[in-house]
Design a binder for this molecule. Structure first.
Ligand code: PYC
Length: 321
């Protein structure tokens, strides 16, 4: 029997998992200049590893993962994956990766570092005490409001605001989808969010900065006050307030005139954990106001794994329909 091993360290950031792959991925499946190229090469040649570590029986329907990779452009390179594919940027994942790599001695205990993601370079600030990472803040890639897509859902008009914040989000008022973000609401968000994403993507929204047609990857349900719920992949619910989702919310709030530069807000996710964020700066690109959102949160290491893939285990990886 032949056995391949994959070593991971796992974290949770406000309840949302990140399985960080430390060993087992062959270097030639990560070739490329940029982290985006490395991610694309991995997706083309080693997607079975994503499925193995994200999906059942080793992962679960809401598993999330990250692969740190070497880069000359920053202190660290990392790309992100889930049960369904890959995201260009991930806030909770970034907070988890930086926390785990510093606490495991894989990164120096430094208060500031830059991280290259498929979405671009992200500046990170770390609070460390006694070898424990207490808080990680990241200044996201340029974020901006794209357009409003009106759709009809269950006979009701719904306005989906499309925002780019490292990923394309459809931000929608939870009430308009018939969901109240109160108590235990997470699972009620999944079906309405997936239906909304299908309708929005059928409307082929456009990125006003690049001019490209875009596909929304995540839906953020918001409610007045600080509550939010982000649904992504094939119906995964982010247990945390969602890092890039919080950036989308801040960017929208600023565009609507409700958030001044530097004004801090706290956003609460479906299990009650919080991220803090603010807009640090704005500029205009192609006539579009572009923000630099900063979000911070805390992650904890939950364990280390050595996963096996043996050649007599023919079941493979799966998600339940
Ligand atoms: O924290 O940015 C985030 C994120 C995206 C998808 C899941 N979490």
């Amino acid at each position: 029997m032949e056995r391949t091993e994959f070593i991971t360290v796992d974290t949770h950031t406000g309840g949302e998992p990140t399985r960080i792959v430390l060993d087992g991925v062959e270097a030639d499946t990560l070739s490329g200049e940029t982290v985006r190229e490395k991610r694309d090469r991995f997706a083309a040649t080693a997607d079975n590893i994503r499925k193995l570590l994200m999906q059942e029986p080793r992962g679960h329907a809401d598993m999330f993962g990250a692969v740190p990779v070497p880069t000359d452009r920053a202190d660290l390179g990392v790309f992100f994956m889930d049960t369904d594919g890959y995201l260009d940027m991930c806030g909770h994942g970034l907070i988890g990766v930086v926390t785990a790599l510093i606490e495991q001695g894989e990164l120096p205990e430094t208060p500031e570092l830059t991280v290259e993601t498929p979405a671009g370079l992200v500046d990170v600030t770390v609070e460390i005490a006694d070898g424990v990472v207490r808080r990680v803040a990241f200044e996201n890639v340029d974020s901006y409001v794209c357009e409003t897509v009106p759709v009809e859902q269950d006979g009701n008009p719904v306005e989906a605001r499309i925002v780019y914040s490292g990923n394309y989000f459809a931000v929608v008022d939870a009430d308009s989808l018939g969901v109240t973000l109160d108590g235990e609401y997470a699972t009620q968000c999944i079906e309405p969010a997936l239906e909304l994403r299908r309708a929005v993507n059928d409307a082929t929204p456009e990125d006003p900065v690049t001019g490209a047609r875009v596909a929304v990857s995540a839906v953020e349900l918001t409610a007045s006050g600080d509550r939010s719920c982000v649904v992504f992949a094939d119906g995964s619910v982010d247990r945390s307030p969602c890092g890039t989702g919080t950036c989308a919310r801040l960017t929208l709030h600023h565009a609507d005139g409700g958030l001044a530069i530097g004004e801090r807000v706290e956003v609460t996710g479906p299990v009650g954990s919080t991220f803090e964020g603010y807009i640090s700066d704005t500029r205009v690109a192609n006539g579009v106001t572009v923000t630099s959102p900063v979000v911070s949160g805390t992650a904890h290491i939950t364990g280390e794994h050595t996963f096996y893939r043996t050649d007599d285990d023919t079941l493979g990886s799966f998600t339940l329909a």
